[in-house]
Design a protein around this ligand. Structure first.
Ligand code: FAD
Length: 395
């Protein structure tokens, strides 16, 4: 009989781990595996706040896919997916069409703007190597522009919408970068303003209040002004308008306020919540035994019936189970249930500072920053072994 075809869309955390596990588990000629990704590199999304602020080089946040997979076992196709056709078991790419027997969707998330006018048009997002290059260059350019128009102090105002993990990690790095930029451009640091604006009643909603308070204090001491429980009503080319009526002038708005699933899922006719598919216990799309959804495109409920937040941690664990279940399907063996095992959460606050919960322990300061590095290195080890840890680890 014909060899089953597995197509994996996206080489993010979920997709790349699925591919790496499959190449280990599958026997010769048991399946044809194709991995499709927009770029020929995987990006370490959890590092992107650093190159976005300019405290690290974007090069350090990416890894060539050819270094992670064995191209004798997996076909890599560099291409952009345009459409998923579940009825025809096909996916349409910009330059070709692929048919599959089993599909894995790991295309990641897209910014959720909650319909706030102007965010889509005028705000930047931290989501890929290219997007963080833009943010970094844009920030430097504001300093250069200010030198030519010293009355325009608004060029030195930086707005970050959203105080979730991404927003908090980014303002921490940005606050570290500002003194360097001020030195480089001969700018009085007193003129620079960083605002972190959050609509929810607290920064890092749902996180331990004592750690949140500590984190906000660290960031405030570095020069970040928080506006919590304050919604952005509109984003314009000149800044933001808040629900309170206040207007903050700025030509730099970075939106980290939320993400939703990839738009192609909704377009393909799947039932979605904020663009994500609530998967069954084996990580499949309901009603589609041959379609697995991993990472930010999926929703998994916790035992209390609420969705787990989309993280690299859950995406990686899903990749392992997804690969296991693909192999089991091909071999007509029973599928495994996915159970998320929370290894802890650590948020960086810039150089040498972080907050986190590991097991039931709260950690903060230098020890949390060290833990953050260990978590990152463990991931690098999972996908690329020791050589990748040495090459990309941020020691
Ligand atoms: P992603 O990693 O989003 O990757 C999707 C892939 O699909 C990409 O390679 C992309 O190029 C590709 N793709 C997208 N569209 C197409 C298309 N049309 N055609 C072809 N390819 C396409 N999580 C944690 O657990 N811990 C952290 O400390 C943490 N820190 C974070 C810090 C920042 C700054 C950010 C932005 C996120 C952080 N996260 C963290 C969240 C985590 O990064 C995401 O949950 C995770 O990346 C989701 O993985 P994924 O598998 O869904 O896909």
């Amino acid at each position: 009989s014909r060899i089953p075809r597995i197509v994996i869309l996206g080489a993010g955390y979920g997709g790349i781990v699925t591919a790496i596990r499959l190449q280990k588990e599958l026997n010769y000629n048991e399946a044809d595996v194709t991995l499709v990704n927009k770029h020929d590199y995987h990006y370490i999304t959890t590092h992107l706040h650093m190159p976005a602020a300019g405290t690290d080089n974007p090069e350090n946040a990416r890894v060539d896919i050819s270094k992670l997979i064995d191209e004798f076992k997996i076909d890599f196709v560099k291409g952009t997916v345009l459409q998923i056709k579940p009825q025809e078991r096909k996916v349409v790419l910009e330059e070709s069409t692929l048919s599959y027997d089993y599909l894995v969707v790991g295309l990641g998330g897209e910014p959720e703007t909650f319909g706030i006018p102007g965010l889509r048009e005028y705000a930047m997002n931290i989501r890929s190597i290219n997007s963080v290059r833009l943010i970094r260059e844009h920030i430097e350019y504001q300093f250069a522009k200010f030198k030519r128009e010293p009355s325009r102090t608004d060029y030195l105002t930086f707005i970050v919408g959203g105080a979730g993990f991404t927003g908090i990690e980014f303002v921490g790095e940005l606050a570290d970068r500002i003194p360097e930029l001020c030195k480089e451009f001969d700018v009085d640091p007193g003129l620079v303003k960083i605002y972190n604006i959050e609509a929810a009643p607290s920064a890092l909603p749902g996180f331990d209040p004592e750690l949140v308070e500590y984190g906000m204090k660290v960031l405030a001491d570095k020069g970040v002004t928080f506006k919590i429980a304050t919604a952005i009503k509109e984003c314009t080319p000149d800044g933001v308008v808040l629900a309170t009526g206040e207007v903050i002038k700025s030509s730099t708005v970075v939106w980290t306020g939320g993400i939703r699933g990839n738009h192609m899922l909704e377009e393909a006719g799947f039932e979605t919540m904020r663009g994500r598919i609530k998967v069954d216990e084996h990580l499949r799309a309901p009603g589609h035994d041959n379609i697995y959804i991993v990472g930010d495109c999926s929703i998994v409920m916790n035992p209390e019936g609420r969705p787990y937040p989309p993280t690299a941690q859950i995406a990686t664990q899903q990749g392992e189970v997804c690969a296991n279940n693909l192999v089991a399907s091909i071999r007509n063996a029973p599928l495994k249930e996915f159970k998320f095992s929370n290894k802890g959460v650590v948020a960086s606050l810039g150089k040498g500072e972080a907050i986190g919960i590991v097991g039931s322990r709260k950690i903060k300061g230098g020890s949390a920053a060290l833990m953050k590095k260990l978590v990152d290195m463990r991931y690098l080890y999972t996908i690329g072994g020791i050589p990748l840890v040495l090459k990309k680890g941020r020691f």
